[in-house]
Design a protein around this ligand. Sequence first.
Ligand code: SAH
Ligand code: SF4
Length: 354
Amino acid sequence: MLNITSKSDLVHWLKKSDPAELQELYDAAYQVKLEHVGKNVYMRGIVEFSNICAKNCFYCGIRLDNTNVSRYSMTEDEILATVRSAVDLGYTSVVLQSGERKSGDFTGFVDSVVKKIKAIDNGAVGITLSVGEQDRDTFQRWFDSGAHRYLLRIETSNPKLYARLHPDGHDYVRRLGCLAELREIGYQVGTGVMMGLPFQTEEDMSDDILFFKEHDIDMIGMGPYIVHRDTPLGQGQEGFAYDARRNFDLGLKMIALTRIMLKDVNIAAATALQALDAEGRERGLRCGANIIMPNVTPVKFREGYQLYEGKPCMDENAKMCSACLASRVASVGENIVMNQWGDSPHFFKRNKPS
Ligand code: SAH
Ligand code: SF4
């Protein structure tokens, strides 16, 4: 078994590129996965219900100032019909994701959708929200209405780098505050980062893993940074060369190291891995991930939700994706679990009455 416990161990492995040595890392992470969470792979059907966003993250294709995107918002009926068909495919755990908006109209809309999803089959559907930073009362309201998990990536745990990747109006300290509030309210809390961001070092990414541990995070969703040409970062930054292959490898290495360090958390094999390698998600599973988030957004909206370029499965509907996924996951010897929420084992351990 590899001995990986400190920041210098993490940096050492993140800098490695020899395929045989990396395979040793991936195999070690897979053993930790088998021991702590087993071979089961849980599904979350993700509904990208709106690309309207009030923010301007420098890396993201649907940022406010990108005028090359035509904006959409699914109606409540469209979202409910999408969730219904996801449930019929066996995805009883769904993620509602969108750009970030704080208006009362938006927060009320999300609240109403959450309540109506909870009414399906007597609360059979688990709901994760991923709609950005909100105030505490809004987080509480959505929790009371039935959402039980929340994904909010910290993007990078280096506050200086965070400031370089976001314009004024984005506040690292507030983002941390959101994660703390979500946890206090009782959500299963998910966070994560991008790997291979401009100016991000292996030391930064090692600190990201230590950040997950220190903040006792339940679910990790992280993926390689992928360039989008209609963004400030995509239009070239002096001194930064985008290297998709390096970012992909960093994606796998981070999954493996996070599994070794955190052990019993849920870790998603992000779609961004698949964007860079046709077998990216399956490889993620073999490196320690145990969650896949199939896209169930109706095909007609997918064109509008490109956070990065080269997003896969743009013209495959949820049913086609589901058949394709089942054979892909089986091909790496893993066991897809349908019709279960697959909550984070870590969440239950940290909430166990003492
Ligand atoms: N607006 C919400 C949810 C949608 S964005 C939010 O920001 O939390 C979801 C995630 O997409 C972000 O957290 C970010 O990590 C990721 N993302 C955005 N642009 C990306 C890019 N160019 N490459 C890879 N991931 C990206
Ligand atoms: Fe908006 Fe999220 Fe993209 Fe930032 S990452 S611009 S908040 S959708």
